[in-house]
Design a protein around this ligand. Structure first.
Ligand SMILES: Cc1ncc(COP(=O)(O)OP(=O)(O)O)c(N)n1
Ligand SMILES: Cc1ncsc1CCOP(=O)(O)O
Ligand SMILES: [Mg+2]
Length: 228
């Protein structure tokens, strides 16, 4: 059983440098990319095996399992995107669902105390996610992304400050087009952390890329404590 016991401060810590990836996002062996990203200091990992060329069936399950093992060995919490059944089967630490996926309240019922992340594009979606039992929300795309085929238009950073001004206190991670160059702005606008695919999965050195992202976040956020 996953033994992580999530409380607010631990969630905000974990969201700081949140790497999301599937095999089809990588330019080399995805296990190597993940290993190097962990070495560079990612704080959370999401297995997101979807889109053109994504693995299916046993191959997908095996990769998810191996990645979960690797993350567990290094104490990096492991989240599964969309697939609640897979998350339960491999005893992931949590699940992330969006507005087009299984409803967050139903997912909460199924996963008990595992971490539940929900995508929110605006304040109404953030409020609904909170009512459904989300532990954190993923807000974006903030900037233009090449990665998600059906992504909405980039919202810009003001959605984060508007959420915070409107008493949305839940842990927030920004997503969409995030790099080491703009990560600090995302934290300043109100997020606890940054999540990204390309910034690490396409990097020549995932270790160096993860380190740069971590430094960019911690330069604004400090090495501990809340952003709120
Ligand atoms: C941390 C985080 N935030 C947002 C998303 C996007 O979820 P969703 O809108 O369901 O889109 P897909 O990723 O499933 O294509 C995410 N995965 N992670
Ligand atoms: C899954 C997802 N949801 C909103 S944007 C996005 C893709 C983020 O990928 P990248 O960091 O490469 O822009
Ligand atoms: Mg989804």
């Amino acid at each position: 059983m996953s033994e992580l016991n999530w409380h607010d401060a631990a969630i905000r810590e974990a969201l700081q440098v949140y790497f999301i990836m599937g095999s089809n996002n990588c330019l080399k062996d995805p296990m190597d990319v993940l290993k190097e990203a962990i070495e560079g200091g990612i704080t959370l990992f999401q297995f997101r095996e979807k889109g053109t060329g994504a693995l299916k069936g046993d191959a997908m399950f095996e990769l998810a399992y191996r990645m979960r093992e690797l993350c567990r060995r290094h104490s990096v919490p492991f989240i599964v995107n969309d697939d609640v059944e897979l998350a339960i089967a491999i005893d992931a630490d949590g699940v992330h669902v969006g507005q087009e996926d299984e409803g967050a309240a139903a997912v909460r019922e199924r996963i008990g105390n595992k971490l539940l992340g929900v995508s929110a594009y605006n304040i109404a979606e953030a409020e609904a996610a909170i009512r459904s039992g989300a532990d954190y929300i993923g807000v974006g795309p903030l900037f233009t992304t090449q990665t998600k085929e059906d992504a909405k238009a980039a919202s810009g950073l003001q959605v984060l400050s508007e959420m915070r001004e409107n008493e949305i206190r839940i842990p927030i991670v920004g997503i969409g087009g995030i790099t080491a160059a703009n990560a600090g702005q995302v934290i300043r606008a109100g997020a606890d952390g940054v999540s990204f695919i390309t910034a690490i999965s396409h990097a020549e050195s995932p270790t160096a890329a993860a380190r740069e992202l971590r430094q960019a976040v911690q330069a604004v956020r400090g090495t501990s404590g809340y952003n709120m």
